[in-house]
Design a protein around this ligand. Structure first.
Ligand code: BJW
Length: 231
């Protein structure tokens, strides 16, 4: 890894071998549920209990003792520790497996499953329990005002300015375990290429929607491809 200023984007594929579902694989979440029913602000306005149930189910799955960071999360954490300040890790995942692997810093552009946001006071709080339409905000005490701190379709992903600044300045962009279906993340490879010097690499189980935009592609399970690439 002689390149400096690295941006790494991860998606659901990196956590698959830790036991968490992807979205668009044949056994993925969107094969069982409709986006419009569980992952839009309109769905939450129409049926908040159903949306809470969906995230309660995924939160309890994430907190299952059998779910732990895998070799790919650990390799990225080591890379960040070895190159302090040079690696911006951006994840679309709402799980906390990068943190548990020891990543010192990362951007959760689609939010975090283990946090709640209050629609009354705007505070974001740690949240590990089941959430209901009656849950109380830990910060302001309002009831029925909590939602999971994730980014649904039609909402603005988090920390975009910081991400675009890093893409404009990076020498290496690596995309790991993402299908390239969801914007703006799907457009990051074009942003990186647009800076005129970034080498772009896709590490995925199979070619993503945007594989042809990458200069280098390596295919196989993340637990094999990521440690091999990083080390
Ligand atoms: C492995 C593996 C192994 C498996 N090893 N690899 C046209 C119409 C309408 C809207 C749009 C449109 N064009 C663009 C949009 C906007 C929309 C969008 O992109 N829609 C598309 C569907 C077209 N995007 C948005 O709305 C976003 N906001 C936005 O654009 O804001 C800008 C804006 C807003 C408002 C006004 C103006 C501008 C928000 C997107 C939010 C995404 N939210 C979700 C759910 C919430 C979080 C959650 O519940 O978890 O985020 S959707 C879901 O997809 C989740 C993921 O983060 C995201 C990406 O999925 P990911 O990670 O790529 O997973 P998969 O399953 O797709 O792929 C897994 C890959 O891993 C596969 O390739 C496998 O092969 C691979 N794999 N095993 C390695 N072992």
């Amino acid at each position: 890894m002689k390149d400096r200023r690295i941006v790494i984007l991860t998606g659901a594929g990196i956590s698959k071998e830790s036991g968490l579902d992807t979205f668009r694989d044949p056994d993925g979440i969107w094969a069982r549920l409709r986006i419009e029913d569980v992952a839009t602000p309109e769905a939450f306005a129409r049926a908040p209990g159903r949306v809470h149930d969906f995230y309660n189910y995924r939160r309890s799955g994430l907190l299952d003792p059998a779910v732990a960071p895998n070799a790919a999360h650990l390799a990225l954490a080591r890379l960040q520790q070895d190159w302090p300040g040079e690696v911006l890790l951006v994840t679309q995942n709402i799980d906390d497996l990068h943190e548990r692997a020891g990543s010192p810093a990362l951007i959760h552009m689609h939010g975090e499953l283990l946090k709640a946001r209050c629609l009354a006071c705007g505070s974001v709080s740690p949240w590990r329990e089941a959430m209901t339409v009656d849950s109380l905000c830990p910060a302001c005490g309002a009831d029925g005002t909590l939602r999971v701190h994730v980014v649904w379709f039609g909402e603005m992903p988090l920390e975009m300015e910081r991400i675009y600044d890093a893409l404009a300045a990076c020498d290496l962009f690596v995309s790991i375990g993402t299908s390239g279906n969801v914007y703006p993340a799907a457009g990051f490879v074009a942003e990186a290429r647009g800076n005129g010097r970034a080498h772009t690499v896709e590490l995925n189980l199979e070619p993503s929607e945007s594989h042809s935009l990458f200069a280098e592609c390596r295919y196989g399970p993340a637990t094999q491809q990521v440690p091999a690439f990083v080390e």
